[in-house]
Design a protein around this ligand. Structure first.
Ligand SMILES: [Fe+2]
Length: 137
């Protein structure tokens, strides 16, 4: 089953919505590569891209929160750190055991589940704050 960003995940901040879509696309690429039994090198590349992209996205979100004086920055960043650690753990499981079906299930359930939950709670809350600020010159 494809994994995809769905419109209910829109937070109303365009650049962040676009990045969220990219993350889901990267997850879908990863799962497709695993499902199609692609070699370890190719699956590894899709996983490395996902890990890197998520890290960049978090940096960007955190910078946006800092620059806007968002009061929930620290706890939001705490969730990012837990997630980034989790993804790195999956990466080391992959490095050791390869693209097992257990890993595919973990990616589908844990990673996708976490992202949806985080976007719908924390990112929506952050976006509400960002969109309440007066427009910058
Ligand atoms: Fe976030």
């Amino acid at each position: 089953m494809p994994v995809s960003w769905t419109p209910d995940l829109s937070i109303g901040v365009e650049k962040l919505d676009l990045q969220h879509q990219q993350i889901f696309a990267a997850l879908d690429d990863l799962l497709a590569a695993m499902r199609q039994g692609k070699g370890k090198a190719e699956v590894g590349r899709t996983l490395a891209f996902l890990v890197g992209y998520v890290a960049e996205h978090f940096v960007m979100e955190e910078r946006t929160m800092r620059e806007s004086g968002y009061p929930g920055l620290e706890s939001h960043r705490g969730e990012h750190e837990v997630f980034a650690r989790d993804v790195r753990a999956l990466k080391s499981v992959f490095d050791t055991y390869g693209a097992t079906s257990v890993l595919a299930i973990d990616v589908t359930n844990r990673v996708v589940g976490w992202l949806r939950d985080h976007i719908l709670r924390r990112d929506v809350e952050m976006a509400r704050y960002l969109n309440s600020l007066p427009p910058r010159e």
